[in-house]
Ligand binder design. Structure first.
Ligand code: R7I
Ligand code: MG
Ligand code: MG
Ligand code: MG
Length: 345
């Protein structure tokens, strides 16, 4: 990678997370979003700087922050430390828009004084575990931390997920998001992105995660591979997939299975122009498109932003857009510190 530094990709990734969350949050749970309104929203924020209340981040960035800070402080993944930071962060600022059920875990962890940090997550949803996208939305710092150790990334993505999400599609969603960021980090943005190859490699890697399942009660033992294959069909459409198709086929909900492949799709689709999105900047196009799909906008834009930022790098992200987001300096600093502790010489 000589045309763009890894340091720039680290920054791009975490700034991408934050921007997706902050800019997507005002639209979360909206299902009809005017393309014109969204175009004006981005044009205005990207244009000459103006003073306005900062766009606040939500639980997505709050939990990403905890993971980044823990990795920096411990210089390794320490599940107990991460759990403590999640709980402290939540009780300091509970109104960040957390998932409805995940907060039960924070109460239980506090009550049991962290004797078993993985215990409370297993009790969610009558023991089935959460399939929400809350583990995937915060995994980016781990993908940076493990950028040169893929096997460790797979292992730690799952462990970090299981602090809150023990349903297979919950933690596998975090693994898939981590793999997507990892792939982006290792590609040169000066070369043309081969979107079908990027997708095929994800499917190949998920085939080693979604291994043969004997459980006959599961109708599809390979749900992420199935969704990624549907994504490939949508990407192949000459005229570009329609919003309704993306929503119906890939989804835009809080379920990891119906939001992580969608975020990956946003990144890949936005590599080329999209009707009704006027910009030459593919990073902006990625998050603007992600938000335009509606539903879980902050989370899908955050995950798409992490993948796009890791691919295009920090210099591709408009400065004025960044200035409107809360905690932007902190996120840039986390990226620099993670880079420093994981890149030798
Ligand atoms: O996954 P989680 O942290 O939520 C993240 C989402 C993001 O959109 C954030 O921006 C924030 O808005 O919330 O939190 P959970 O509470 O574990 O899961 C989120 C939601 O997914 C739950 O409130 C449920 O509606 C749904 N869900 C389930 N529903 C039924 N059965 C998750 N798992 C299940 C399940 O097993
Ligand atoms: Mg949120
Ligand atoms: Mg959300
Ligand atoms: Mg070093």
């Amino acid at each position: 990678l000589d045309s763009i530094s890894l340091a720039s990709k680290f920054r791009g990734c975490l700034v991408g997370c934050l921007l997706g969350d902050c800019l997507g949050a005002p639209y979360e749970a909206d299902y009809v979003i005017s393309k014109t309104v969204l175009q004006k929203y981005f044009d205005k924020l990207e244009g000459p700087y103006f003073k306005s209340p900062v766009k606040q981040y939500t639980d997505d960035a709050a939990m990403t922050k905890c993971l980044a800070e823990s990795l920096i402080a411990q210089q390794k993944f320490d599940a107990l430390d991460v759990a403590k930071r999640f709980v402290k962060e939540y009780f300091n600022e509970p109104r960040r828009g957390y998932g409805q059920q995940v907060v039960d875990i924070f109460h239980k962890l506090r009550a049991q004084k962290f004797v078993d940090p993985f215990g409370p997550a297993k009790e969610q949803f009558d023991g089935l575990g959460s399939y929400g996208n809350g583990a995937a939305m915060r995994v980016a710092p781990l993908a940076l931390f493990c950028h040169s150790n893929y096997e460790e990334l797979l292992h730690l993505a799952r462990q970090s997920a299981e602090l809150t999400h023990t349903h297979k599609t919950g933690y596998d969603g975090a693994i898939l998001q981590a793999i997507a960021v990892h792939q982006s980090l290792h590609l040169d943005p000066k070369q043309t992105l081969d979107v079908q190859n990027f997708s095929s490699r994800l499917i190949e890697k998920m085939s080693q995660i979604e291994v043969d399942c004997d459980d006959l009660n599961i109708d599809d033992p390979y749900p992420y591979q199935t969704q990624l294959k549907k994504m490939q069909v949508l990407l192949d459409k000459e005229e570009g997939a329609h919003h309704k198709e993306v929503e119906n086929i890939l989804g835009n909900s809080v379920a990891a299975l119906y939001s992580v492949p969608t975020a990956i799709f946003c990144f890949l689709r936005a590599f080329t122009p999209i009707p009704e999105i006027e910009t030459d900047n593919p990073f902006r196009r990625t998050i603007q498109y992600a938000i335009s799909l509606g539903g879980d906008t902050d989370t899908i834009a955050n995950m798409a932003g992490a993948i796009a930022g890791a691919y295009y790098g920090y210099d591709s992200i408009n400065d004025n857009l960044q200035k409107h987001c809360e905690a932007i300096e902190q996120f840039t600093e986390y990226a620099d510190k993670l880079h420093k502790i994981t890149v030798s010489e």
